[in-house]
Design a protein around this ligand. Structure first.
Ligand code: ASP
Length: 433
């Protein structure tokens, strides 16, 4: 029998998970059954993915950087990567701003709904604002200081400190380039083999992906708030989703223009990572799969993908920045505020920076939204307005974040002559039966 392709398996897992969740909400005690007996499997699946993230970054980045053989290549690749990441983020924020000004979703919120939402969610909003306040309190160079860890074990112990692990790996890789080849060889060989093992582990974890996403989505359905609240926020959600779709179209166009790869090649290659990003709401948890798909199925040389993707997962969040722009203006509209052009241009800057600063975990974009609101003089209490629908939007924006990283890695790969025919033609070949 022909094996069903992985993306279909994951999609089926998602759909059955949602249906099962809906079914269980009809029974008394159904919610508890899901929470006690189904959700833990989703958590185990996410944990397994996160478990791989730090060793993967270390092994692949050290190998990738040391393979470059000279430092000037590294700075060339670094410059291109960061430049493209910032450019795509600014485009995303601009699309978001344009859309929210055209659709004006905040104008359709009645005074009554607004009060309802603020009443229901102000507690949660305060929690997020507190978290953001901690980040805001630090000095202007704190972000830079945070990149350099004082202890690598400590940095690797916290999945939140990916940039520190990346810093260590690049630094180590540079050291490896600079020592005599005879000494470097065994170290390189070790990381080469280590990397292969990690990639195989990802293949194995992916076998469980359809079941993992089933559990995650079933749990999400029983824990989500009432449908009525979703309706009130429909225009806002629609604006974000249209923006995200436009961003996807933008990536497809860029990939096609710069690499001549067809949309179906690109989407087929990256779709399991997109579905996983959607199900987990975490670019960091998805990173191992993004790396594997981009390297083995989209043909980006590991030298490039191992550098571009971990950095992208941590700093390039186009979906998040687009969402932050729409959400900020939506809240202003709902509070009857008119934002001047100057303020909106300011949002381009703050949303770009806030998305760079957002951690690659669920809900992080909303925490950093507080900073965008603060800069634009929009009341923080407005967070309560968008709380109910944040998780589904988080799922969508995370999928876009991951798609953007893949697009940039293909373009950087192409520009450096490091985009080849993919190793895996039939794109499920490397998953063991
Ligand atoms: N969940 C997003 C990510 O991991 C970040 C966010 O927008 O909340 O990419």
């Amino acid at each position: 029998m022909k094996k069903i392709a992985l993306h279909w398996q994951i999609l089926m897992g998602m759909v059955i998970g949602v249906l099962f969740g809906l079914l269980m909400t009809q029974f008394e005690g159904g919610n508890d059954i899901i929470k006690d007996w189904v959700k833990p499997f989703g958590t185990i699946f996410i944990n397994a993915l996160k478990l791989i993230a730090v060793p993967l970054i270390l092994a692949s980045l050290i190998k990738g950087v040391s393979d470059l053989k000279d430092i000037s290549k590294l700075s060339k690749m670094g410059g291109k990567t960061i430049g493209l990441y910032i450019a795509t983020t600014i485009i995303a924020v601009s699309i978001g701003l344009l859309l929210v000004n055209i659709v004006k979703p905040g104008a359709s919120i009645t005074e009554e709904t607004r009060q309802d939402l603020v009443l229901n969610y102000s507690g949660d909003a305060i929690k997020y604002a507190d978290e953001a306040a901690k980040q805001k309190d630090s000095g202007p160079l704190q972000a830079l200081v945070d990149i350099v860890p004082d202890n690598i074990i400590g940095a690797a112990a916290e999945n939140k400190n990916m940039l520190q692990v990346i810093f260590f790996a690049i630094f180590f890789g540079i050291g490896l380039i600079l020592i005599p080849n005879k000494k470097a060889k065994p170290v390189k060989k070790f990381f080469d083999g280590f990397n292969e093992v990690i990639l195989k582990m990802i293949d194995l974890i992916m076998l469980a992906a359809p079941f993992g996403v089933f559990a995650l989505l079933a749990a999400l359905v029983v824990e989500s708030p009432s449908v009525d609240l979703f309706k009130a926020l429909a225009w806002y959600a629609l604006t974000v989703v249209i923006g995200l779709l436009l961003m996807m179209a933008f990536y497809i166009l860029m990939v096609w223009l710069f690499t001549k790869k067809s949309p179906s090649f690109y989407l087929k290659g990256i779709s399991p990572a997109q579905l996983l990003a959607f199900s987990t709401s975490s670019s960091a948890a998805t990173l191992p799969v993004t790396m594997e798909r981009v390297t083995e199925h989209l043909g980006v040389d590991e030298e490039v993908s191992s550098f571009v993707l971990p950095i992208g997962a941590t700093i390039n969040m186009d979906g998040t920045s687009l969402y932050q722009a729409v959400a900020a203006v939506f809240i202003a509209q709902a509070f009857g505020m008119d934002l001047s052009l100057g303020v909106q241009l300011g949002i381009i800057v703050t949303a770009t920076l806030a998305s760079i600063g957002s951690a690659a975990v669920p809900g992080a974009g909303m925490v950093m939204l507080v900073i965008v609101l603060g800069q634009a003089g929009i009341p923080e209490a407005g967070l309560a307005l968008i709380f109910a629908i944040d998780r589904p939007l988080d799922m969508c924006r995370t999928a876009v974040n991951v798609t953007g990283d893949a697009a940039v890695s293909m373009i950087v790969g192409k520009s450096l002559g490091k985009l080849h025919e993919p190793k895996v033609k039939d794109w499920d070949d490397n998953y063991p039966n």
